[in-house]
Design a protein around this ligand. Structure first.
Ligand SMILES: Cc1cc2nc3c(=O)[nH]c(=O)nc-3n(C[C@H](O)[C@H](O)[C@H](O)COP(=O)(O)OP(=O)(O)OC[C@H]3O[C@@H](n4cnc5c(N)ncnc54)[C@H](O)[C@@H]3O)c2cc1C
Length: 501
């Protein structure tokens, strides 16, 4: 056995971040044990079958054009999980509001012109859309640096849009609608820094960024199953139903990871659990509580989501496969997906299968399944009248309390970077601070690779993962950013450091 095989790495949490870290380290010959609290790998993206044999998942997941590292993994695994690029629509209680084209198919315009020109707004007047123009200053000013996060994280998205003169209608019908599905919270509860980062990554940086593909089945079946097979072939021990409860610390290093009465010895440890999971581990761990960075995690919060899947007794015409909806509840956004169009297993069915997911779904989680299904059918009917007379013949309701990261105003100061005070403990996940610039699944995967690279630095053997950077800013954006930064630097050199950032 070579020296490298004797180095043991324990990865905690089998979502995108944990699987990403595990895969890279296993390829480098490390002895990796992956501990997962749940029954299946996948984390928030896990999928499984009901006792009746129907596929369900914890919310449907899109893969946007800039997800370069995930697309590269898919190529490496030599699998073909995705649909073609799909068009999407937005609905409000008034009906169809917006249709999005496939942006990469249209003549390329300097960003963000393409987004403004090609998005087909059905009702929103031009004057409201034009009120977004002054906001472009903050898009240029926010460059995802630590300095920019310090400047923008303490204010809410709503304050940001108000300060830059965005019209009430544009805010309610476009920006807040995007926040509810992109950051899972209404504008008054989102950090302006996270808002600018998320909008730039998914929509504004390059014309095709908003183009999206979906899995042709659950992500669990189409991506995680073949990926986990590959990991097992590499010798990874994947232990599901293993909830980590504590760590053993000695000399500022983690020596072992504790799962109830089992201890897994480790030369390095990577945490890849969400905020709620991490808070529970710290609450149970007097040793981690000795460190203020871990105690401070109690200031972070997560958001409730609700994933439902409904089978209707007849075929209903749904014009676009993916749809986002706003204006039904003040603080909740929701999406619905035509699974007959997206998932292979439902293509030939005579019944309609839809996935309907709610974000910031606090007020719904306490309702019974029947009450939820009734609301869902009512909302669907408002968007597409054909749902009115259809009968629900089967359904699944998955409640996910405190599931997704809440990028609340002021939360940045308590979020953790990948390195910690413990020399051999590295952090990953979609809430971990990184300068990469990606979001959601791609961010989780990238931070997993970053944690793997830090582990390699620490343990001294293996080749680092090649992490693809986000596509460069377009030239005019880069130029404006440089000018803005120079003006800031001059300002800093002559003005005292006196005001709040
Ligand atoms: C309804 C919904 C829709 C979404 N839509 C999209 C989308 O369209 N596109 C997109 O890119 N992203 C989307 N997201 C976000 C995306 O799911 C997350 O960004 C991503 O999955 C986070 O991955 P992660 O590895 O950081 O964490 P997670 O997926 O949360 O994985 C953490 C893992 O750690 C495990 N764990 C927790 N505590 C312990 C413990 N004590 N011991 C061992 N294991 C533990 C958990 O069981 C879990 O498996 C959506 C999320 C939801 C909920």
């Amino acid at each position: 056995m070579s020296e490298i095989q004797q180095k043991r790495v324990v990865v905690v949490g089998a979502g995108w971040a944990g699987l990403g870290a595990t895969y890279h380290l296993a390829k480098q010959g490390y002895d990796v044990t992956l501990l997962e609290a749940g029954a299946y790998p996948g984390g928030l993206v896990a999928g499984w079958q009901t006792p009746g044999g129907k596929s369900v998942e914890a919310g449907i997941h899109g893969f946007w054009y800039p997800y370069r590292n995930i697309f590269s993994l898919i190529n490496e695994l030599n699998i073909n999980p995705f649909t073609n690029w799909t068009r999407s629509a937005q609905y409000s209680p008034a009906g169809l509001e917006v249709e999005s084209p496939i942006f990469q198919d249209l003549p390329k315009l300097p960003t963000p012109l393409g987004t403004f020109v090609y998005t087909q707004f059905q009702r929103l007047p031009l004057i409201d859309r034009l009120s977004a123009l002054p906001l472009l200053y903050s898009v240029v000013d926010f460059d995802n640096s630590d300095d920019a996060w310090q400047r923008y994280d303490y204010i809410t998205a709503r304050e940001l849009f108000k300060t830059f003169g965005v019209s009430a209608r544009l805010y309610k019908e476009a920006f807040e609608a995007m926040l509810l599905v992109g950051l899972f919270a209404p504008g008054e509860q989102c950090s302006a820094a996270a808002t600018l980062g998320m909008l730039y990554y998914f929509i504004l940086a390059h014309q095709p960024d908003f183009d999206v593909v979906w899995c042709r089945g659950t992500v669990g079946e189409k991506i995680f199953r073949p990926w986990v097979n590959r990991l097992e072939k590499l010798g990874v021990k994947i232990l599901s139903n293993h909830k980590v409860t504590d760590v053993i610390i000695d000399d500022n290093s983690v020596k072992g990871v504790v799962c109830n009465d089992q201890v897994f010895d480790a030369d390095a440890v990577i945490f890849a659990v969400g905020i709620t999971g991490m808070k529970k581990i710290v609450a149970n761990s007097p040793s981690l509580q000795n460190y203020s960075e871990f105690r401070n995690l109690n200031n972070l919060k997560a958001i409730d989501v609700l994933a439902t899947r409904l089978w209707f007794d007849r075929k209903i015409n749904i014009p676009r496969p993916s749809n986002a909806c706003f204006g039904f509840d003040n603080t909740t956004g929701w999406t619905f997906f035509d699974l007959n169009a997206l998932h292979d297993e439902f293509k030939e069915q005579t019944e309609t299968v839809v996935e309907v997911d709610f974000y910031h779904a606090n007020q719904f989680l306490g309702l019974s399944d029947q009450e939820i299904i009734k609301i869902v059918q009512g909302y669907l009917t408002t968007c597409i009248p054909g749902f009115k007379d259809a009968k629900v013949i089967d359904s699944s309701v998955i409640r996910l309390p405190n599931a997704v990261t809440h990028f609340s105003p002021g939360s940045y100061q308590n979020m953790l970077p990948a390195t910690t005070s413990l020399k051999n403990l590295f952090m990953s996940g979609d809430w971990i601070i990184t300068r990469h610039g990606s979001w959601s699944q791609e961010k989780a995967f990238v931070t997993g690779l970053e944690a793997a690279n830090l582990t390699i630095d620490h343990l001294g053997t293996g080749k680092k993962a090649n992490i693809l950077p986000v596509e460069k800013d377009e030239n005019h954006i880069q130029l404006l950013r440089n000018i803005n930064q120079n003006i800031r630097n001059i300002g800093k050199s002559i003005l005292p450091d006196f005001w709040l950032p």
